[in-house]
Design a protein around this ligand. Structure first.
Ligand SMILES: [Zn+2]
Length: 400
């Protein structure tokens, strides 16, 4: 069996995406992410946990630069998805992803600090596959902002040279991958994200078009395979969280024999972890997992949590905690109204948003801020009180 996690970083939910989903018979679900930038969301997928379940103060913007970054791996053995994959006979492949996730591979040495792993040539060579990219793999997206930008511009040049050489190589890589057995494959496509970030928030070129070109290189009908394609957060996240920052999209296609029985019409990023464990027939011994099996009955009272930090506030501590509840549902169990409660610890302030779903679709970019001084919003007070209580109870660092 093959499991493909294709992360399309920060990619907006748009009409082309919806067409792509229906053309390829995906199940299309609204996704609530456990983070508003890449690392906490990826962490929730790889561990099923919130960042603060694993490290004090959650996963902040520059957490990965701390020597303590992966300390929890020693404490919670066989929690990480790549360790479980290893146990269950899957080969893990992380393709085109930030090097600070390398240390999360199945054969990570428990007592080896992350920085030493980076120096270990045999470790990096073994684990990173980037055959479609000529440059050094770990230079594709480095630790330092300027380096990352430089490499992105280099990569773009490469993507556009010759007679579609880059896409030919990529196609070959994907074909080879799709004809092997029992892999857990994680890929992060950063084209839109990098165009957005490195072009002054105005993606000027065809990064959206190129992304679809890349997606169309895949055979989504591969037998005995599971595809999960999603975006890890919104694309213009500011210091204070809004629905567009955590409400993204997730497409699932299950070509395996024992198909997933998808029992919900909304999903959380940590639930992706549970899908993979279901598929690998692995039961987690840990009782603090945030992710839920989407095959189980929907809990309509569920609260979805996320933690965030922005570089300009505190790079090593999360300061914004968000709790979201679907407070109204359509008859077919599609979400109808979402209510967001966010607390910012540095400003000591709460704020609230509401977003209405259409029947079987949604627009993550249209929502309303709730002003509790406005009498017409009294109808939300009970919900808000309940969600606030849950938030304070759940997020440990709020009480410190
Ligand atoms: Zn991201």
């Amino acid at each position: 069996m093959k499991i493909y996690l294709l992360q399309i970083d920060a990619f907006p939910y748009n009409d082309e995406l919806k067409t792509f989903s229906s053309n390829n018979n995906f199940t299309k679900l609204p996704l609530i992410t456990n983070g508003q930038f890449t690392i906490p969301t990826v962490n929730s997928i790889m561990t099923g946990c919130l960042g603060s379940d694993l490290m004090d103060n959650g996963i902040a913007y520059h957490c990965h630069t701390s020597p303590r970054w992966l300390n929890w791996i020693k404490k919670y053995k066989n929690l990480h998805i790549h360790e479980i994959a290893h146990l269950q006979g899957f080969k893990s492949i992380i393709n085109n992803f930030y090097d600070y996730f390398w240390g999360t591979f199945d054969h990570v040495k428990y007592n080896q600090p992350y920085n030493d792993l980076l120096k270990d040539k045999s470790f990096t060579d073994k684990n990173i596959t980037n055959t479609s990219f000529i440059g050094e793999p770990h230079k594709r997206a480095g630790l330092v902002y300027s380096e990352e930008k430089e490499n992105w511009l280099k990569f773009k040049e490469e993507m556009h040279i010759g007679n579609n050489e880059y896409f030919k190589r990529e196609k070959k890589y994907i074909n080879t991958l799709q004809s092997s057995d029992d892999d857990l494959f994680f890929h992060s496509n950063l084209w839109f994200h990098h165009e957005y970030v490195y072009r002054n928030l105005q993606p000027k070129d065809d990064s959206i078009k190129k992304t679809f070109e890349w997606l169309n290189l895949w055979d989504f009908n591969e037998p005995d395979s599971l595809f999960i394609i999603y975006s890890d957060h919104g694309f213009s996240v500011k210091e204070m969280t809004e629905p567009k920052d955590f409400l993204t999209w997730c497409f699932i296609k299950d070509n395996t024999i024992n198909k997933l029985n998808i029992n919900r019409k909304i999903i959380c990023s940590s639930d992706i972890y549970s899908i993979i464990l279901d598929k690998m027939n692995y039961t987690n011994p840990y009782n603090f997992i945030e992710g839920e099996s989407i095959q189980k009955k929907l809990n309509k009272n569920r609260i979805y949590y996320s933690e965030d930090s922005r570089g300009d506030v505190d790079v090593l501590k999360c300061l914004t905690a968000t709790a979201v509840q679907i407070i109204d549902w359509y008859d077919d169990n599609y979400p109808k109204e979402l209510l967001q409660v966010t607390y910012n610890k540095s400003k000591k302030k709460y704020h609230y948003f509401t977003l209405n779903f259409d029947k079987n679709d949604y627009n993550p970019y249209i929502y309303k801020k709730i002003d509790m001084n406005d009498e017409e919003n009294n109808k939300y007070s009970n919900n808000i009180k309940y969600i606030k209580d849950c938030l304070v109870e759940r997020i440990k660092w709020l009480k410190k």
